[in-house]
Design a protein around this ligand. Structure first.
Ligand code: HAS
Ligand code: HEM
Length: 557
């Protein structure tokens, strides 16, 4: 690859990982506040909600978007052997970097404590919305360029199966493009004019419905780069082959169909949306688990094949033949730990998808318990592993402290399991999310003190502390590698899993048009009634809250 592309990818890995130090710091602070260790609304002049916004936006929006673009560049260049357009690539990078700086400045100045979901009635400084929009548009620019590269490649290779990693990347960015159009409308038409004071008010249910049109598809935009690594790299790293590449294609196309028309499962408690829409989107949510089940079985079969090739015997004992702690295939450790966490992350997602069970835990700590086993599980670990893997290749440097780098994912996983157990247990007992418990419920001096949540929030603190240590060790290894000495020629050489069975080209799994048409139809049918409900039922005003107190203000009087 060219020096230009190498440097672009390096910037796109470096910027978010540097910011991640702030994101991880605030993770630790949140468990400290929430366990009632401190009874303050702010530390070092950053208050709880400002920190929570920095945490969610940096970890879940900035890091993931930058990584998806950087990894997309690497994948397209490696598999299609074509370089991207220089101008488009540079424009995309600068839009993303400047947009991120704008949004970060607004958050650090305390003018955008609107959480990573940023929908009204919370209001931010326009710089936050404009910065976020620039980040998104920057990622589109890279995608548009890949489409051109792909179409040119396809013209020259009509009968060749498009590589699975390229299918995955294009599916992922198509989902991203479609879902971000809704949030672009929300931001540019509803929020920016309102934040500038040009419009006096805003339709809250509509803004929220548009946000969740984007918001759940967003989680699959986070997930699919990891799935690309699971299918195309993990079997090779384990020493085997991919059990079925066709299964991978089917999974990616199912994500294309089902990632978007399910956003209403975040609004089961929203009185403006009707029951029919909630029921149908709840059923579609069970549907979107299907590609993940396909993935679970395909990967388990691939791993078993790899272990048996290494001479493993026994019904389950083959697992121990996998290369868990081999420093030369450290990426295996990052990926397998992510998968282990995802078993629990996925199952808790299915609990949430049920309209009735969701009522029990909505807005409780159960929700962050669920999503730290998904976005802070397979997604985050794959990002960390692949970032240091690419860093090493693109700079030609040796991994700094390789043993530490190998144990980081294990330590992180132990931390997440303890942390999420604490949060979900607390959630089942009603412990709220997005609440600084240290000020009220876990403050013995407050009349709202609630002793039931002491042990669960302490578990959250213990697990969160371990996650923090793992994150810290990763930073040492990452920045140590970056500033180390060059020992080899820079390159991009991704591990490639062969398919176990000879796979013929099946045209329907190597084309986008019919899938895009079905996607449009399902989205239209499921979102037309949702948007119409949001437009017609704007509902009553929500009760006012103070950020320091979880009880509505009028109940206090
Ligand atoms: Fe979720 C809320 C339902 C997946 C992230 N989710 C959230 C939020 C986030 C999030 C961030 O229906 C909170 C948003 C907020 O701030 O309010 N989620 C689901 C369902 C799935 C799901 C059904 N979520 C994800 C993924 C995420 C993510 C992926 C991030 C990347 N989620 C919900 C619902 C809510 C929700 C409700 C709203 C809750 C509320 O009330 O507010 C499914 O896609 C999950 C399917 C996954 C599986 C697991 C397959 C297992 C695999 C591992 C196999 C392991 C192997 C290893 C092979 C069925 C693939 C073997 C090991 C050896 C050693 C051999
Ligand atoms: C929220 C802790 C890492 C994504 C939270 C909350 C806690 C927490 C306690 C809930 C706060 C509340 O609801 O009041 C931690 C710790 C981490 C960590 C201790 C590691 C040291 C991560 C990572 C990601 C992530 C790596 C994503 C890649 C999120 C998101 C939220 C969140 C999206 C929701 C923010 C919101 O409600 O607006 N985190 N976290 N976290 N975390 Fe983490």
């Amino acid at each position: 690859v060219s020096r230009f592309l190498r440097n672009t990818i390096l910037v796109e890995l470096f910027v978010p990982i540097l910011l991640l130090t702030v994101g991880i710091y605030h993770g630790l602070m949140q468990v400290i506040y929430r366990a009632g260790v401190i009874h303050q609304s702010s530390v070092a002049k950053l208050d709880y909600y400002q920190g929570l916004t920095l945490h969610g936006v940096i970890n879940a929006v900035v890091l993931t978007t930058f990584f998806a673009v950087a990894f997309g560049h690497a994948t397209i260049a490696f598999y299609l052997k074509k370089e991207p357009n220089k101008r488009a690539t540079a424009l995309s990078m600068w839009l993303m970097v400047i947009g991120t700086l704008l949004a970060a400045a607004a958050m650090l100045a305390g003018k955008a404590s609107v959480l990573y979901t940023f929908y009204p009635p919370l209001k931010a400084h326009p710089a936050f919305y404009i910065g976020t929009a620039m980040l998104i548009i920057g990622s589109w620019v890279a995608f548009f360029d890949w489409i051109t590269i792909y179409l040119n490649w396809k013209k020259e290779n009509r009968e060749t199966n498009t590589p699975l990693a390229v299918i995955g990347t294009l599916v992922n960015f198509t989902i991203w493009f479609v879902c971000t159009t809704a949030v672009a409308y929300e931001v540019l038409v509803l929020l920016v004019p309102w934040s500038l004071g040009l419009t006096p008010t805003v339709n809250v249910p509509l803004a929220r419905t548009l946000f969740w049109f984007f918001g759940h598809a967003l989680v699959y935009f986070w997930l699919l780069p990891s799935y690309i690594m699971f299918y195309t790299m993990l079997p090779k790293l384990a020493g085997g082959k991919l059990y079925s590449a066709t299964a991978g294609r089917i999974a990616f196309f199912l994500f294309l169909l089902l990632s978007i028309p399910i956003g209403v499962h975040h609004q089961f408690g929203d009185p403006s949306i009707g029951r029919g829409v909630k029921l149908s989107q709840s059923l579609l949510t069970f549907g979107v688990a299907l590609p993940s089940f396909i993935t679970a079985f395909t990967l388990a079969a691939s791993l078993e094949y790899a272990a048996r090739k290494r001479g493993a015997k026994g019904l389950y004992s083959w697992i121990w033949k996998l290369p868990f702690f081999r420093k030369d295939v450290f990426l295996f450790g990052y990926l397998i730990n992510g998968l282990i966490l995802f078993i629990f992350g996925g199952l808790t997602g299915l609990v949430l998808a049920s309209y009735s069970l969701n009522n029990v835990v909505h807005n409780t700590a159960f929700i962050p318990g669920h999503f730290h086993m998904t976005v802070a599980g397979p997604v985050f670990l794959a990002i960390l592993g692949m970032s240091i893997f690419l860093l090493q290749q693109l700079t030609g440097k040796k991994i700094f402290l390789p043993t530490i780098n190998t144990i980081v994912p294990y330590l992180w996983t132990v931390g997440v399991i303890i942390f999420s157990t604490g949060l979900m247990w607390g959630g089942l007992m009603g412990e709220p999310r997005r609440t600084n418990l240290g000020l009220t419920y876990l403050n013995p001096a407050s009349d709202q003190y609630h002793p039931y949540w002491v042990i669960s929030s302490m578990l959250g603190l213990a697990g969160g502390g371990i996650m923090f240590v793992a994150g810290f060790l990763y930073f040492i290894s990452f920045f140590g590698t970056l500033f180390g000495k060059r020992v080899a020629e820079p390159t991009i050489d991704l591990p490639v899993s062969e398919s176990l069975h000879e796979e013929k080209r099946i045209p329907i799994f190597d084309t986008f048009k019919p899938w895009l048409a079905i996607m449009a139809l399902i989205i239209f049918l499921s979102y037309l009634p949702a948007i119409s409900d949001a437009l017609n039922n704007t509902g009553k005003k929500a009760p006012p809250y103070l950020p320091t107190d979880p009880t509505p203000v009028f109940q206090k009087k």
